[in-house]
Design a protein around this ligand. Structure first.
Ligand code: 8YV
Length: 312
């Protein structure tokens, strides 16, 4: 039996070539009839490679009787039905740690960009507006309070950077941690005490719609929201209303509910900065992430221990 890998993601920039000698690769983006390609190879597919945009559903897992492992090209695992994987003892791996610094940097980039009007300022020069006078003023960061939702590895790296900017950090999450920042068991309470809300928690059912109308109202007219977690954590409709009505001052968003589709209403708002899910998008980090996905797959099929197994 040929061993096949169903590649829902191409592991850019490294590519899948390293696996080509050992496995048949089914690159779904290249298939004219993806459903048919899966059906044809269903008994041979031993591994799936998937990025955050690729939903590895119970239906897909159950359709593949030889499936042994799922290699996620991300730290987040919300795109995989982990329960369906557990029931079949299918191993799941992800890419933690190596993307922490870059993702934390993007949170800071968004915070700076939206408060100091960086994108707006760039356009101001390019379209010749500076010649007619100065642009509107921005908002200071030093001395302000930031509430982080999800103080995991990425959240802590964001906190470290914020501290260097002379900001006060507080946080909300599932549990209190051994850190020098104030913990809020209730998000609503934290929202009314902060200037900026930064989301760096896991996606999935537990955090779905966590930030809705009530949180945004408490964040307030001078508050900014930064999301480098998952679009699902925010009630996108409520956010659009809050931004339109100026219930909050602005937002920096790297993630959206239905990527790559972004609500068009956001395009024309100058109090938002938008990025196409680029938290880990550097050549260095994406190369390391791709290498780790490949390393885990190889290790499994050579009977060696996996480097970054997700507890399912
Ligand atoms: C993705 C991410 O890995 O790690 C995550 O959970 O969301 C990103 O870093 C990246 O978009 C690659 O597809």
């Amino acid at each position: 039996m040929a061993r096949a890998i169903l590649a829902l993601n191409t592991l850019y920039p490294l590519g899948l070539e390293a696996l080509e000698k050992e496995f048949e690769l089914i690159k779904l983006s290249r298939e004219s009839d993806p459903e048919n390609a899966i059906q044809q190879h269903r008994n041979d597919i031993v591994a799936i490679i998937a990025g955050p945009g690729n939903h590895v559903s119970r239906k897909l897992i159950e359709a593949l009787p030889a499936l042994e492992m799922i290699g996620i090209f991300a730290v987040g695992t919300d795109n995989v039905d982990l329960e369906a994987a557990r029931e079949r003892s299918i191993l799941v791996t992800n890419t933690p740690d190596i993307l922490t610094a870059d993702t934390a940097d993007i949170a800071l980039a968004l915070l700076l960009a939206v408060t100091r009007r960086v994108v707006e300022g760039d356009a101001y020069i390019r379209i010749g507006k500076w010649l007619n006078g100065p642009m509107p003023l921005g908002v200071s960061l030093a001395g302000k309070t930031v509430g982080i939702v999800g103080l995991g590895r990425i959240g802590q790296a964001i906190a470290k950077r914020l501290t260097a900017f002379d900001m006060r950090v507080v946080y909300h999450g599932r549990s209190k941690k051994d850190v020098p920042y104030k913990f809020y068991p209730q998000l609503l309470e934290m929202a009314q005490d902060i200037d900026f809300l930064v989301l760096s928690c896991a996606g999935g059912t537990e955090t779905k719609g966590l930030v809705g109308e009530a949180v945004l109202k408490l964040l307030g007219v001078n508050g900014f929201l930064i999301n480098v977690a998952r679009g699902s954590v925010v009630d996108e409709e409520a956010l659009l209303v809050a931004l339109r009505n100026k219930d909050i001052a602005g937002a920096g968003l790297d993630v959206f509910a239905n990527e790559p589709f972004v609500p068009e209403a956001l395009y024309s708002m100058d109090n938002v900065v938008l990025l196409p899910h680029t938290g880990s998008a550097t050549t260095e980090t994406r190369s390391k992430m791709a290498a780790l996905v490949i390393e885990n797959i190889r290790a499994h099929f050579e009977g060696k221990p996996l480097k970054t197994l997700v507890a399912v």
